[in-house]
Design a protein around this ligand. Structure first.
Ligand SMILES: Nc1ncnc2c1ncn2[C@@H]1O[C@H](COP(=O)(O)OP(=O)(O)OP(=O)(O)O)[C@@H](O)[C@H]1O
Ligand SMILES: [Mg+2]
Length: 375
């Protein structure tokens, strides 16, 4: 439905050119919610604005439903108003001097008759539970209501594509979480192809069909939320998507195919992990697993020497409500685990830990967070 190929974009800065995008390529399927996730300044908004036609890229190609809307090769540039796109901006920019009705009707003003506008606006306001607020001035609304008005305005012209730039960032934590589910339900019921931008990894994991992780103007990795979270191919993905254990290790042996098992030696014992890198025997590596993937138990005899398990002393416990964050130490290596809130170990206690081989990934020891070196 949306295809972005080799997108390049620079801006003129005070100290020369600022490279905002280099070689960004991805595809979004019909009805899919695709999220661009990454730290501030990595190029998420710029990518979205290029798709909308609000920025002119230097190079590359953008197609929407098989129609080129931008191509650097033959000079194609379809203006924003002819791309059939609805967009909600980072600050959702609804007009304060207009009522809810007027705000939402605005995109239709040029093309539809008065009665048709009335009908279409009423229908969308109803869908977004804003019907009762139609005559209210926009500033006299709560944050969540304003956000829904912005969404209604983006959807009223029945676009093929919805572009959302951090639409929930102005809401408080509770409302943000609630709106996540509303937004996802709405997107699914409209079946509208959506590119969603956020720097909030939890939001990305909760909402997306697929996530593209961006860093310094490049797309690092694309995958489903579960895949990127549990089995990232790159260390920066592992790092950005949540808390992680990275354990220094050396490769003992491994298979030839991705997904084969590898055996590693580390200061906290030997580990069997999924093969996720090219390897040589003795190669320095980093073993990765999520705290949630660590099983904790009482100390038991006879576990010594078996791979993927060991014992550790609990150093710190932080109660989080739905879980407890446990930091423990094993042979000078800090490990992080999650404990069930009703089975929290005590500080100073010796506990057994184990991690399933399928939850362990391997990165090269020299994996840096600089994407240019990785390419
Ligand atoms: N109009 C502009 N002029 C000059 N530089 C710009 C302009 N717009 C963006 N940039 C630069 O391009 C890079 C990417 O910016 P972009 O707004 O796409 O980041 P972002 O990922 O959306 O960040 P945030 O999460 O903070 O919104 C940044 O270095 C930014 O400073
Ligand atoms: Mg932005």
């Amino acid at each position: 439905m949306i295809s972005v190929r080799d997108l390049e974009k620079s801006f003129a800065g005070a100290r020369g050119e600022v490279r905002a995008l280099s070689g960004v390529s991805f595809e979004v399927g019909k009805g899919e919610l695709f999220t661009l996730l990454g730290p501030s300044g990595c190029g998420k908004t710029t990518t979205l604005r290029c798709i909308a036609g609000l920025e002119l890229p230097l190079a590359g190609e953008i197609r929407i439903e098989d129609r080129p809307v931008f191509s650097a090769v033959d000079g194609t540039f379809v203006p924003p108003e002819r791309r059939n796109i609805g967009m909600v901006f980072q600050s959702y920019a609804i007009w304060p001097h207009m009522t809810v009705f007027q705000n939402v009707a605005y995109p239709l003003a040029k093309e539809a008759s008065r009665s048709e506008i009335g009908e279409r606006v009423a229908r969308i306001l109803d869908r977004l539970s804003l019907g009762a607020l139609a005559d209210r001035l926009a500033p006299n609304l709560s944050g969540g209501q304003q956000q829904r008005v912005a969404l209604a305005r983006a959807l009223v012209a029945q676009p093929q594509v919805l572009l959302l730039d951090e639409p929930l960032s102005n809401l408080d934590a509770k409302l943000r979480e609630q709106m996540r589910f509303e937004l996802k339900a709405l997107q699914e019921s409209f079946g509208i192809t959506t590119v969603y931008v956020t720097h909030d990894q939890e939001e990305a994991l909760a909402l997306s069909d697929r996530i593209g992780l961006m860093q310094e103007g490049s797309l690092v990795e694309v995958g489903s939320p579960a895949d990127l979270y549990l089995h990232p191919a790159h260390k920066i993905t592992a790092d950005f998507l949540g808390t992680a254990n990275f354990i220094p290790a050396h490769v003992q042996r491994g298979g030839n195919q991705p997904g084969d098992e590898m055996l590693l030696e580390s200061p906290i014992g030997s580990f069997v992990a999924r093969r996720s890198v090219e390897w040589q025997p003795g190669m320095a590596a980093q073993l990765f697993f999520r705290p949630e993937c660590v099983d904790l138990g009482e100390e038991t005899a006879g576990a010594d020497g078996a791979p993927n398990r060991g014992s550790a002393i609990v150093e710190r416990v932080t109660f989080l409500g739905n879980a407890a964050d446990v930091i423990m130490r094993c042979n000078e290596v800090r490990l992080r685990a999650r404990a069930h809130p009703t089975r929290i170990p005590a500080v100073g206690q010796r506990v057994c830990f184990s991690v399933a081989p399928g939850s362990c990934m391997v990165f090269r020891a020299d994996s840096s967070v600089d994407v240019r070196k990785r390419a």
